[in-house]
Design a protein around this ligand. Structure first.
Ligand code: CA2
Length: 145
């Protein structure tokens, strides 16, 4: 683990990607996205540490870990916790590691309850609405930091 490592943290229900609701989230699984990211990271001279959890506290712990191990940046798709979690907001504020908010869909074109992002209010920036490509674009943004 080094300053070449990018943590890619995924929140609740993203383990279902590619298996349900492909019209919203696409047909690629989280493993497919991990593979794409690893390939792209290699071209950038970076390493990926990709994780998923359905538990808010795991995401908080992993944000702290990113700072503790000196990761270069975190890509965070916090799933529905994006719109509810003051704990994630505080964790992002509590670390110096830059956090880039990522979404497959564009929450602003969806239900009103998705328009508020506690993650986005603390993150360095947000990339949303490009399907699996959002993660690649976010990795490029992280590489350029
Ligand atoms: O667009 C995104 O990436 C979201 O973070 C996805 C979250 C949603 O709550 C956010 O508003 C936007 C939902 C992730 C659930 O993913 C599923 C995938 C397949 C089937 C069911 C859920």
């Amino acid at each position: 683990m080094s300053d070449k490592t990018i943590f890619v943290l995924n929140g609740p229900n993203l383990n279902l990607l590619g298996l349900r609701e492909p019209e919203i989230y696409g047909s690629q699984t989280l493993d497919d996205i991990a593979g794409m990211l690893e390939d792209h990271a290699q071209t950038l001279g970076l390493d990926i540490d990709m994780r998923q959890s359905n538990h808010e506290g795991h995401l908080v712990d992993w944000l702290h870990e990113a700072q503790a191990v000196g990761a270069k940046a975190v890509l965070l798709n916090a799933g529905a916790y994006t719109h509810t979690s003051v704990a994630l907001h505080d964790a992002i504020k509590g670390i110096r590691t830059p956090v880039i908010e990522v979404h497959l869909s564009n929450p602003h074109t969806r239900e009103a309850f998705r328009h508020k992002s506690y993650v986005g209010m603390a993150a360095k920036g947000t990339i949303a609405g490009f399907g699996a490509r959002s993660y690649i674009l976010a990795l490029d943004a992280a590489a350029a930091l």
